[in-house]
Design a protein around this ligand. Structure first.
Ligand SMILES: [Zn+2]
Length: 417
């Protein structure tokens, strides 16, 4: 592979720093090089620095990319998505616009269960084709890797179908996927009122198969009192740990479910949502080294008011992550730039903190911190040229997508032109 030199970067946002998730004041330190250049060889970053310092190293073997005075930064890592599903829920969107609540729609058989019915009926090829089309939406918004959950199958066969689809998507590329098994996303219709029996199926039938076929790196559970309460979530996640999977959890989203404490007790990598977590929960996450993943897109799309308490998480020293929660019901956006805007407007996170939370911290939260999330020598060359002069514009202007070109392993995978 030829070498690549990216020059004329008005701001080269490297996020160079300690080799661990960033906390407190570190969240604001983006290590920006003005008039920077980026040298790439064999898909990895060779060197970063001021153009004036690097220019004499650029020999004839380098292909040149002129960033045109734009902003260059690491590709976003979206650490929480549900990108594989059949159909969509535009009808429910219209009902909610007319005044129906998410809970009313779910009680009438809508919500996650309606996506489950359609996803069960779809073939693996159909799921692959629709998800592959959506994978372009991520590249177009500057995201180069997503964590992707199953959870619209809720039977052994359909959950495996979803995870095999995610594996195929990752192999097909260019978008990179980190697979998570979410068999405990909801209790399927045929097990209504028999949550414990369904949890047994998840633990005794699904988990062994998922682990043996190495179809997932993480296991996730939707922890809410009415769905999988703290004790059911603990049982399922402990079983997943015994199978060698990492742990993530949907916690404290619609109520104070105690999911934060469950995450701490089972040694989770992340606890996600957390709109209703309190100080005790935040302390529990801190003592156990769990990364919080805030998902403001779902608060916005459900028309709710309570966002995750990001400031108190940051002040406590948590290595915060922001993600889209992309899914057909409660967060139909793949756009991290939109999430950066929500984080500034509703969670009092500065643009720099939000960028750290969607790059280096997000990369650590999916076990890729040593390879992705910052532009430092030796790391994989996943980067984006954003069509702006100042990285803060990515959070400030909304409704436009600033990504101009997206690169994975030094290969251009999206171009606006
Ligand atoms: Zn989710």
């Amino acid at each position: 592979m030829r070498a690549l030199a990216v020059v004329n970067c008005r701001q080269l946002v490297t996020l160079a720093g300690p080799a661990r998730p960033r906390v407190r004041e570190e969240l604001k330190q983006l290590a920006i090089v003005r008039d920077g250049a980026l040298l790439i060889r064999d898909g990895s970053i060779e060197q970063t620095g001021a153009r004036a310092d690097l220019e004499r190293k650029i020999g004839p073997e380098y292909d040149m990319v002129d960033a045109g005075g734009r902003v260059v930064m690491p590709g976003f890592v979206d650490a929480h998505t549900h990108p594989v599903f059949a159909g969509n829920r535009v009808d429910e969107y219209e009902q909610r616009a007319g005044g129906a609540t998410y809970e009313q729609i779910a009680a009438a058989g809508g919500g996650i269960r309606s996506t489950v019915r359609k996803t069960r009926a779809a073939s693996e090829d159909e799921l692959f084709d629709s998800a592959q089309r959506r994978s372009e939406w991520f590249l177009r918004t500057g995201t180069t890797m997503i964590e992707a959950k199953s959870g619209y199958g809720l039977s052994l066969e359909s959950e495996l179908k979803m995870l095999r689809t995610i594996r195929r998507l990752n192999e097909a590329g260019p978008l990179q996927y980190v697979p998570t098994f979410l068999g405990a996303h909801e209790v399927p219709d045929e097990y209504r009122g028999r949550t414990d029996e369904y949890a047994q199926i998840v633990m005794n039938e699904m988990l062994p198969k998922v682990a043996q076929e190495k179809l997932a790196e993480y296991c996730d559970v939707f922890c809410e009192p009415e769905i999988f309460d703290a004790s059911a979530a603990t049982r399922i996640l402990s079983a997943a740990r015994r199978w060698g999977l990492g742990i993530r959890i949907h916690a404290d989203q619609l109520s104070r479910s105690g999911g934060g404490e469950v995450a701490a007790a089972v040694g989770a990598t992340t606890a996600d949502h957390l709109e209703h977590i309190d100080e005790a929960g935040i302390q529990a996450l801190h003592s156990a080294g769990v990364q919080p993943v805030a998902l403001p897109g779902s608060v916005y799309a459900l028309g709710l008011k309570q966002f995750a308490p990001a400031r108190s998480m940051i002040d406590t020293g948590l290595a915060i992550v922001l993600a889209t929660d992309f899914n057909p019901g409660s967060s139909p956006t793949p756009s991290i730039p939109f999430v950066l805007s929500l984080a500034g407007t509703h969670m009092h996170m500065t643009p720099a903190e939000a960028v750290t939370a969607t790059t280096i911290n997000a990369a650590y939260s999916v076990g890729r911190g040593a390879r992705l999330g910052s532009l430092e020598p030796g790391k994989q060359a996943d980067f984006v040229i954003h069509d702006c002069e100042d990285y803060r514009e990515i959070a400030y202007f909304t409704g436009i997508e600033p990504a101009f070109e997206t690169y994975i392993r030094g290969e251009r995978v999206y171009s606006r032109q």
